[in-house]
Ligand binder design. Structure first.
Ligand SMILES: NC(=O)c1ccc[n+]([C@@H]2O[C@H](COP(=O)([O-])OP(=O)(O)OC[C@H]3O[C@@H](n4cnc5c(N)ncnc54)[C@H](O)[C@@H]3O)[C@@H](O)[C@H]2O)c1
Length: 332
């Protein structure tokens, strides 16, 4: 399969580093308006650098193009690629607006090309394990969840993250990872309530989700956190708790109440995980390429990317009005 990468910033270079490890993938160009960035990534991957998508596609004839440009450009480029008949792997969030995401999904469907959105948490061993354990019933029915994602303020090209009209802000850009994970694990969301605090140096959001099942989740996202990138999740069920915290341990721990089994309360069952051989972006790309080759069924669809955006935009709306938002409209 011939694969090209559009955008050679943080994510574009991460994609190139991982694609370069796949011997069955043929490099088909790297494109960036910054010639030097495209050149560095292209050299690492043994391919050509371009400043224009059209020139790259015409010369390299890729089957798949990975869209790693800033979010406000996703729609424009995905529509172009659909019109060119190219399969697309696009970074999250799918877009900034629901109408844009819909247009992208429709254009790819009508053109007969695949569109996959890089919600990479679905490929992190710790989050995958959390979901498997949560849905297996090992801690009973999960009724309350907490998730957090704390990061330094992202800089990026031209400081585009700091402008919410370009990045969507901390909820649409960062928290969306956990919103997708929680929806994947706990089902559809019924209502959303959010608080957002921001100044020139930070953005902090705290969002409460009520799921259709009646379960609740509290989700935090922070840009401007004065420490190492930290993520965590805790899922509390009727018979125990599952928790993961990147700052304390790279492993997943299951602590299960054993009342029914042996009458002892509170004995722990630690489940250590060894670090994976590749990083999650590798597994994500491998999976999407295998789906495009018709060898796998996708664990995440473009519609899932739309659903995550839908929740994130409801949270943004709630933060600006101070009112809870029922999915599909404002709560009466
Ligand atoms: N999945 C994740 O963990 C993760 C992490 C970070 C960012 N992202 C997402 O990835 C996307 C890119 O983010 P990033 O951190 O790599 O940004 P970045 O600013 O580091 O890189 C963006 C690159 O796009 C280039 N660019 C800008 N306009 C262009 C154009 N018209 N044509 C070609 N290239 C152009 C810039 O020169 C820059 O090199 C965003 O949607 C972001 O939300 C995802």
């Amino acid at each position: 399969m011939r694969v090209a990468v559009l955008g050679a910033g943080t994510m574009g270079s991460t994609y190139v580093q991982n694609l370069a490890k796949m011997k069955d993938v043929q490099p088909a160009g790297v494109c960036d308006i910054r010639r030097e960035a495209a050149g560095q990534a292209a050299e690492l991957w043994g391919t050509n650098a371009y400043e224009s998508l059209e020139a790259m596609v015409e010369r390299e004839r890729p089957d798949v193009v990975c869209v790693c440009v800033p979010t406000f450009l996703h729609k424009e480029y995905v529509l172009k690629l659909a019109a060119m008949g190219k399969h697309v792997i696009c970074e999250k969030p799918i877009a900034l607006h629901r109408e844009d995401a819909e247009a992208m999904i429709r254009a790819c469907r009508e053109a007969g090309v695949r569109l996959y959105i890089g919600h990479v948490l679905r490929f992190f061993p710790s989050y995958k394990d959390l979901r498997v354990k949560a849905t297996s019933g090992i801690v009973g029915t999960v009724q309350v969840a907490h998730a957090k994602r704390l990061s330094a303020f992202p800089k990026g090209w031209n400081r585009w993250f700091a402008d919410a009209s370009l990045s969507g802000g901390v909820i649409v850009d960062l928290m969306i990872h956990d919103l997708d994970f929680l929806r994947w694990t706990m089902g559809d969301v019924q209502s959303v309530y959010a608080k957002l605090h921001k100044d020139d140096h930070m953005e902090y959001a705290n969002v409460t989700l009520q799921f259709q099942s009646g379960a609740l989740a509290n989700v935090e996202a922070f840009w401007g956190y004065p420490g190492a990138f930290t993520t965590g999740a805790e899922l509390a069920g009727t018979r125990g708790v599952l928790r993961f915290d990147s700052s304390s341990s790279p492993t997943l721990e299951v602590r299960r109440l054993r009342r029914e089994e042996d009458g002892r309360e509170g004995s722990g069952v630690p489940v250590p995980r060894t670090p994976a051989k590749h990083d999650p972006y590798y597994y994500e790309l491998r999976h999407f390429l295998s789906c495009i080759a018709g060898e796998s069924e996708p664990v995440i669809t473009a519609e899932d990317g739309y659903a995550a955006l839908d929740i994130a935009l409801a949270a943004v709306q709630s933060a600006s009005t101070g009112l809870p938002v029922r999915m599909g409209g404002v709560l009466a």
